[in-house]
Design a protein around this ligand. Structure first.
Ligand SMILES: Cc1cc2nc3c(=O)[nH]c(=O)nc-3n(C[C@H](O)[C@H](O)[C@H](O)COP(=O)(O)O)c2cc1C
Ligand code: SF4
Ligand code: SF4
Length: 435
């Protein structure tokens, strides 16, 4: 059976599934229950500086987006960092780490952007025996307006500066948690690296207004008639997170920088995708908040089974395997030609593929009088829209044409050689260069 043991920054955990810094890791009772359920590690809910803790709203702090079956797809929150006293959190962290030495405990931190504030909290965290710290430069609401969270994460110079302070005043690994509320994720990652970060983790939540109550005409969640922007997470943000992870993993500047992947991880497959794109482990919040701690059991068994099927004996076997296959568009092979093929036995004759191809793609699906749907190869551009809307999994597949065959759409012979936009005769750049 595959070994799921993960060593990330020298921190060993029995599996790569860590709970992200959020309500599931807010206090001792939760974290103990999480470890009993099987989570490999936790990033403790973000601690602030000593003194009166922050205050949360006393009304709804969440809003959600659902699929047609009311499955939660996206979660929005206006919660702040921990609203419990620093000392209490530190005591609890110390106790839990002592009782669970085989699990990873990382302490998330957010204090004002002043060296003295960091110097004050770091020795206290070090004394807990926790395995490392994560710098929360990502929270987009509430704390950002106070010059913390995303307000730091959006300024690479600040990231570099604070990371350096932490590296100078703390002996264990420092993970920098990045905000996605930025144009080019590589810049904050590079800044973290310059500051000496041992790893980056991403993504924190995306700035959002999830919905508007059309009776009260206020954004939701609504507090006494008013709403505020919040942080968006859950399955809907996974594609954004995957892209940002891939950008960091394949950038020559940050390649090799350890990454902890966060954003919409709900199943073992999501986790495997993050790891294939270079993440040494993953962190989970919304899935635990939607399904409870036991959701990790399926993650563990699913990943283990998939690794066995693929012949991966350890996590490191496949971390980063997909990174070389991520390319900019202009390097995709324009000589690769495919066609959609409908499995008539699997087809339930709903007609969705026909409707979308006819109205919004290439009019490449024919419907007979008795509702048999067939692809017209002479029109099909293999756009994959029909696959995307078909309710039956694997009913439509994209089949590559063999080099030497004639594409009935263009009349051209399918070339064997790889050729991309940079060499294509229609590329004006090439015309200029040759002219
Ligand atoms: C209610 C809530 C509170 C959160 N609080 C924190 C926090 O205190 N510190 C932090 O770094 N991230 C916080 N996050 C962000 C999560 O750690 C995580 O980055 C984000 O939710 C994306 O992961 P997910 O899609 O698995 O939820 C919070 C998220 C939620 C939903
Ligand atoms: S792949 Fe695109 S063009 Fe081809 S049949 Fe499907 S929707 Fe139409
Ligand atoms: S969408 Fe799928 S199931 Fe529906 S008609 Fe097309 S191939 Fe058949």
């Amino acid at each position: 059976m595959a070994d799921l043991t993960t060593t990330f920054l020298g921190i060993t955990s029995p599996n790569p599934f860590w709970l992200a810094s959020a309500p599931p890791t807010d206090k001792e009772v939760n974290v103990r229950r999480a470890f009993e359920a099987g989570w490999g590690g936790v990033v403790w809910k973000t601690l602030g500086e000593e003194g009166p803790p922050v205050v949360n709203v006393n009304g709804p702090r969440y809003g959600a987006i659902y699929g047609g079956d009311r499955r939660l797809l996206g979660l929005n929150n206006i919660e702040l960092i921990t609203d419990r006293p620093l000392e209490q959190n530190l005591e609890e962290i110390t106790r839990v780490k002592k009782d669970y030495p085989d699990r990873a405990i990382i302490v998330s931190l957010m204090v004002p952007c002043e060296e003295a504030a960091w110097k004050a909290i770091l020795p206290k965290v070090e004394a807990t025996g926790a395995d490392g710290i994560e710098l929360n430069f990502g929270c987009p609401h509430g704390m950002a307006e106070r010059g913390m969270g995303a307000a730091v994460g959006q300024v690479p110079e600040y990231i570099e500066m604070v990371t350096r302070w932490c590296k100078e005043n703390y002996s264990k690994p420092v993970i920098v948690k990045l905000t996605p509320n930025i144009t080019d994720i590589r810049l904050p990652a590079e800044a973290a690296m310059r500051g000496g970060a041992d790893a980056v983790s991403l993504i924190n939540t995306i700035n959002s207004v999830i919905s508007v109550d059309l009776d009260t005409m206020a954004p939701e969640p609504t507090i006494d008639g008013k709403g505020s922007h919040g942080g968006y997470c859950g399955p809907a943000v996974k594609p954004i997170a995957l892209n940002m992870v891939a950008e960091i993993a394949r950038s020559p500047v940050t390649a090799g920088l350890p990454i902890s992947g966060i954003g919409g991880v709900t199943t073992w497959r999501d986790a495997a995708e993050f790891m294939a794109l270079g993440c040494g482990n993953v962190q989970v919040c919304t899935a635990a908040m939607t399904y409870g701690f036991k959701v990790v059991e399926e993650m563990i068994s699913g990943l283990s089974q998939w690794m066995d099927e693929k012949g991966h004996t350890s996590i490191d076997d496949f971390v980063g395997m997909a990174v070389p296959n991520v390319r900019d568009w202009q390097h995709l092979n324009l000589n690769y030609i495919a066609k959609a093929v409908i499995d008539e036995d699997a087809c339930i004759q709903c007609g969705r593929c026909y409707a979308v191809c006819e109205d919004t793609s290439h009019q490449a699906i024919a419907m007979s009088e008795d509702r048999v749907f067939t692809v017209k190869d002479e029109e099909c551009v293999a756009c994959n829209l029909c696959v995307s809307v078909c309710p039956v999994e694997d009913c439509i597949s994209m089949v590559a044409m063999t080099p030497g065959e004639v594409d009935p759409r263009t009349g051209d012979v399918v070339e064997k050689e790889y050729a991309n936009w940079t060499t294509h005769p229609n590329n004006p750049g090439n015309t200029c260069a040759s002219g």
